[in-house]
Ligand binder design. Structure first.
Ligand SMILES: Nc1ncnc2c1ncn2[C@@H]1O[C@H](COP(=O)(O)OP(=O)(O)OP(=O)(O)O)[C@@H](O)[C@H]1O
Ligand SMILES: [Mg+2]
Length: 472
């Protein structure tokens, strides 16, 4: 019954926020609101005065708003619950609650520091709400095998899939998912493209994940002792995080966060996050560093600084940077686009760095304007930065500092790559600033490096080289 689900959801939020369950009047207010009753009717049904019911309702809406990170009131309760897609409320086909199964999970491997009994009975649920539709063919077998190994064998806590926009991060995660999902009690896919606050993500998780069993391990949540403390956002967040981590310990959950770059501050790759999203750092660090049985996969086209630190210090944190597609896979894209002139395909693939997203854009253009002939498209020897690709690169270009743009300019002047020594020779900037700029470009996956004759050379793929030349 829908109203019962709203009450359970609200009860969970109030519990997180105040340490207490809903009382009878609060429950009556939720029921009455659900049935479109006026406060006077709710009060009459509960046998109290209307002002008293209003006062209690005011505090209830405030608590729910703070706990959920959403503005909740009498007039939007139903629509907000619908929009938040409470697990049991959603009728969407996309939201699948798979059967309740009894399963015995494999025990944690040696070295797992957790001490609580491992969960033997769990119900498996998958939230597919944010999983993109579309043609996501992918045969990155090696990459998928590596990820599978990290997640299932090594039981990594935090795995990131990184690379330039269009390189196939979402495609790889989508391809991986069916191969690993049966090893988890719960699977949730969320995109951060719409900039959800960490609080709203944690609230959702506390609703969706099986609740931690206090008999297995007493929760370490410290309930607020004063109203002021309960209303302190960092206290609330810590409580939410603690609940989620307890579920992550007692169950094997898989959380996939796509488009993580959306919450990062693109102008300050070390500082990290957009204002208001800094708490994600704590979330990622907690998942990476604490002992638990779950896994977070995060996709990003910008490398967050703390991921480098976590990866260096912790064998449970792994990063996979996707390179362009190998020749066979890239050929498959051009074959399925029914392009002509197979002898010229490798040249086309090289120009676009084997980026499947770029190759798909180019294939459409070649079909539409050149009758499918790759030869004609390449005929005048100039590299076309098509509008859709320019649009993607513009987004990254506008995030660059002046020095980063200068370095890009210098790299774009060479087809074979530039060494650090060369860069230093031709600049007025000091070496640490320059090193910093090159590192920053690498964290954005705009610059590649190759090893040649005991030298590291920095290069741009031809289409980015051409774009940069045009920007200068
Ligand atoms: N291995 C592959 N084979 C065929 N097509 C692919 C492959 N990988 C990705 N694609 C296609 O390339 C396009 C871009 O892929 P995807 O959206 O996964 O990139 P992304 O790295 O997630 O980009 P963004 O950072 O913009 O989210 C999609 O249309 C996808 O279907
Ligand atoms: Mg993506």
């Amino acid at each position: 019954m829908e109203v019962q689900q709203i009450i359970e959801w609200a009860d969970g939020l109030v519990l997180i926020q105040t340490g207490k369950h809903l009382d009878d009047l609060e429950t009556a207010i939720l029921q009455g609101t659900y049935q479109n009753q006026k406060y006077s009717e709710i009060a009459a049904g509960y046998n109290c005065s209307e002002p008293h019911a209003k006062k209690v309702a005011y505090l209830l809406w405030k608590t729910l708003s703070q706990a959920s990170g959403e503005e909740i009131n009498k007039s939007n309760l139903r629509s907000t619950c619908q929009r938040l897609q409470l697990p049991a409320l959603s009728n969407s086909e996309e939201f699948v609650t798979i059967d309740t199964v009894t399963q015995t999970n494999s025990p944690p491997p040696q070295g797992e520091t957790t001490t609580q009994p491992y969960n033997t009975e769990s119900f498996r649920r998958i939230d597919r709400t944010d999983i993109p539709n579309g043609d996501y063919f992918c045969d990155r077998q090696e990459e998928v095998a590596t990820l599978k190994n990290w997640i299932l064998q090594d039981r990594s806590h935090l795995v990131s899939i990184l690379g330039l926009s269009g390189i196939g991060k979402t495609a790889v995660a989508l391809h991986l998912l069916p191969q690993i999902q049966d090893h988890f009690d719960c699977v949730i896919w969320r995109s951060l493209r719409t900039l959800p606050s960490l609080s709203s993500i944690l609230t959702y998780l506390t609703q969706f994940l099986p609740p931690p069993n206090p008999d297995i391990r007493p929760l370490t949540i410290s309930y607020a002792s004063t109203v002021a403390e309960a209303q302190n956002p960092s206290h609330q967040l810590a409580e939410q995080l603690s609940l989620v981590m307890e579920s992550f310990r007692q169950h094997r959950c898989l959380l996939i966060l796509d488009d993580v770059q959306a919450i990062l501050n693109p102008h300050n790759l070390v500082g990290g996050y957009k204002p208001g999203y800094e708490s994600y750092r704590l979330f990622f660090k907690t998942i990476g560093e604490l002992s638990h049985n779950s896994c977070l996969i995060m996709n990003s086209s910008i490398l967050p600084q703390e991921l480098i630190e976590l990866t260096n210090n912790n064998h449970r944190v792994k990063c996979l940077t996707l390179a362009g597609l190998g020749s066979d896979s890239a050929h498959n894209i051009l074959t399925s686009a029914s392009l002509l002139d197979a002898d010229n395909w490798q040249e086309l693939i090289d120009i676009y760095g084997g980026n499947p997203g770029f190759l798909k854009i180019v294939s459409r253009t070649i079909k539409e304007f050149f009758g499918g002939s790759v030869k004609q498209y390449l005929a005048n020897n100039s590299i076309l930065v098509l509008p859709e690709i320019k649009h993607i690169l513009d987004y990254f270009w506008q995030q660059l500092s002046d020095l980063e743009k200068q370095v890009m300019g210098r790299l774009s002047a060479s087809d074979s790559g530039v060494s650090m020594a060369d860069l230093l020779e031709n600049t007025n900037h000091n070496s640490s600033d320059l090193l910093w700029a090159v590192q920053s470009l690498q964290k954005r996956f705009l610059v590649d490096n190759i090893q040649r004759e005991q030298q590291t050379l920095f290069t741009l793929i031809p289409v980015i080289r051409e774009y940069t030349r045009q920007c200068r």
